[in-house]
Design a protein around this ligand. Structure first.
Ligand SMILES: CC(C)(COP(=O)(O)OP(=O)(O)OC[C@H]1O[C@@H](n2cnc3c(N)ncnc32)[C@H](O)[C@@H]1OP(=O)(O)O)[C@@H](O)C(=O)NCCC(=O)NCCS
Length: 193
């Protein structure tokens, strides 16, 4: 990955438009955010595996974390994509480096009609602006489909994610508990109207 100061590169939006974008420390490479296809299942599973282990080690008990990661292999993702699950991926340097899955809010909590179910960037690519790009693309896609407002849940102990969502303007609107085996963790919901 090359380094440098905010040059412009071309980025393909979810609707296939190529638009100039500014990069942060990434240069001379195409960054693309696009809707995932079933053939992306394996690459998404790789990002999921690495990002979950890195993000949740020490937060989710080890055995439960391992089971959660194992359940989400390529065939699990292929099935989700074949059933029409809305997932966008970010390609950089010809590989998938992050994904976001989103859709209608499962709890139908007004005014947050949309929900981000998952947002994960490969550990070695975090801090490069990829998370913001994926978030923005999903938000645009939802509002373009007349699904206003957005909610995302994050484990309260996942400081990085909570600070990222706050930085993007999210406001903590709900709290609940989640059980991992015998252990309980707090989960916070951030909302955007
Ligand atoms: C959380 C995550 C998605 C953020 O993506 P990222 O690519 O690392 O973040 P970005 O580089 O796009 O950051 C976007 C903005 O948020 C800011 N930001 C990111 N993390 C931050 C933090 N911990 N505290 C404060 N600001 C933060 C950045 O400075 C940047 O600001 P700017 O665009 O105004 O300059 C990513 O780090 C990740 O996948 N983490 C592990 C998995 C995870 O926790 N996912 C969320 C589960 S709910």
């Amino acid at each position: 990955m090359a380094g440098g100061a905010r040059p412009g590169v071309a980025c393909e939006g979810l609707y296939g438009r190529r638009v100039p974008v500014q990069t942060r420390r990434v240069t001379q490479a195409a960054i693309t955010v696009r809707l995932a296809r079933p053939r992306d299942a394996e690459a998404i599973a790789v990002v999921h595996d690495a990002a979950w282990r890195e993000a949740y080690r020490g937060i989710i008990p080890g055995r439960e974390l391992e089971q959660m990661v194992q359940r989400r292999g390529p065939s699990w993702w292929r099935t989700v994509l074949e059933r029409g699950g809305r997932i966008a991926v970010l390609d950089f340097d010809d590989a998938v480096r992050g994904y976001i899955s989103y859709g209608r809010n499962r709890l139908t909590v007004s005014p947050y009609r949309g929900e981000i179910f998952e947002l994960y960037v490969a550990p070695e690519c975090q801090g490069l602006g990829f998370g913001r790009r994926l978030f923005t693309a999903a938000r645009r896609d939802l509002s373009g489909n007349r699904i206003p407002g957005l909610l995302v849940w994050a484990l309260a102990d996942n400081d990085r994610a909570c600070q990222f969502y706050r930085h993007l303007g999210g406001i903590k609107v709900r709290e609940r508990e989640e059980h991992f085996g015998a252990e309980v963790r707090a989960r916070h919901a951030f909302g955007w109207v």
